[in-house]
Design a protein around this ligand. Structure first.
Ligand code: XMP
Length: 321
């Protein structure tokens, strides 16, 4: 069953917050719930809703899956610590790279991440903490795209006929499932989160593994992490929905130091969108793109080609896998 949408223009943030806090409190009762904070606007809003409802009976974890951007776990944990929310960083890098080993198919990659995250890591955290509930930031767009068979978002289960209680041993509460990204931003602001969080660009749950076409090895993640840092620095002032660097699987011929270099190619995408259902490539100034290409080819080892995506969603999707 798909949740009934609350359109952003009809969203009364305070009423929504009160309602969700009440529902979380009554579902969890005097028990314990856990949640994973990634620092994205969805999981951040859920963390604050859960914190309001349960205080210290909500255990918040940042799962360090080895696929996050540079410095991200520490930066996010410190923002929430300042807001009075204790965040525990769980080192699960080895488990995720082990699970991703040898996998090239996009949907299999997502499935490997899902199983590692929900079954292995959260299964263990649930057992250790005694929690019976997981709070998570699934939004309506995640459900829509999964149900439509476009892309299996890693956080959608019930709508696919998967019972989390049977599959993983705990119940899932989804306070944001009736709203979309623009609505979540309003709620996050109303919850007192800083603009660096509520205005934060979306970043996919499977993190940098979605930005590598083909197998997401430690080496390739290192390359895309550096390319992502550079891309985010260069495009930071663009007033857009989302931008990203993608590492392609194919190599292309380039020249370095006067010799043939059969090197790597990076694709840049930058999107104008309101709610991620449709999107258009931003008409970035060519000088911005040229500067970005210069830095990527100079600073990221092995990169000889940089392209800019000019196709719209649909038929493209925003992420490449
Ligand atoms: P797509 O690529 O589906 O992305 O057009 C729509 C928005 O959702 C974000 N997002 C994800 N995309 N797998 C994805 O492919 C995920 O698990 C996921 N989680 C979030 C994506 O970054 C874009 O903003």
């Amino acid at each position: 069953m798909t949740a009934k949408e609350i359109k952003t223009e009809h969203l009364d943030t305070q009423q929504f917050i009160d309602q969700q806090v009440k529902e979380i409190s009554s579902s969890v009762g005097d028990g314990i719930a856990i949640n994973a904070l990634s620092g994205g606007v969805d999981s951040s809003a859920v963390t604050m809703l859960g914190h309001k409802a349960l205080s210290s009976r909500l255990k918040t974890y940042f799962i360090e899956n080895g696929l996050m951007r540079a410095g991200e776990p520490q930066m996010i944990a410190s923002i929430f610590t300042q807001m009075g929310v204790n965040v525990e960083i769980v080192d699960a890098k080895d488990e995720f790279f082990q699970a991703l080993k040898g996998i090239t198919d996009p949907e299999e990659k997502r499935e490997a991440i899902t199983q590692t995250f929900y079954k292995k890591i959260f299964g263990r955290l649930v057992r250790e903490s005694g929690a019976k509930y997981l709070l998570q930031g699934t939004i309506l767009t995640d459900v829509d795209e999964t149900v439509a068979g476009i892309k299996r978002q890693h956080n959608v289960f019930e709508q696919l006929g998967i019972n989390p209680q049977e599959a993983f041993g705990y119940k899932i509460i989804e306070p944001l499932v009736q709203i979309r990204k623009d609505g979540v931003r309003k709620v996050a602001g109303a919850l007192g989160l800083p603009a660096s969080i509520y205005d934060r660009m979306p970043f996919p749950g499977p993190a940098l593994s979605t930005r590598v076409i083909g197998e997401a090895t430690l080496e390739k993640i290192k390359i895309i992490r550096l390319a992502t840092t550079i891309t985010e620095e260069e495009l930071a002032c663009a007033d857009v929905f989302q931008y990203m660097a993608i590492l392609h699987q194919d190599r292309v011929t380039g020249i370095r130091d006067g010799k043939r270099d059969f090197g790597l190619q990076i694709e840049i995408r930058c999107w104008d969108s309101v709610d991620a259902r449709t999107a258009k490539p931003t008409r970035l100034p060519f000088e911005t793109l040229e500067k970005l290409a210069r830095r990527l080819t100079k600073e990221v080892p092995g990169v000889v080609s940089v392209t800019y995506n000019i196709a719209q969603k649909p038929p493209s999707t925003m992420e490449a896998i």
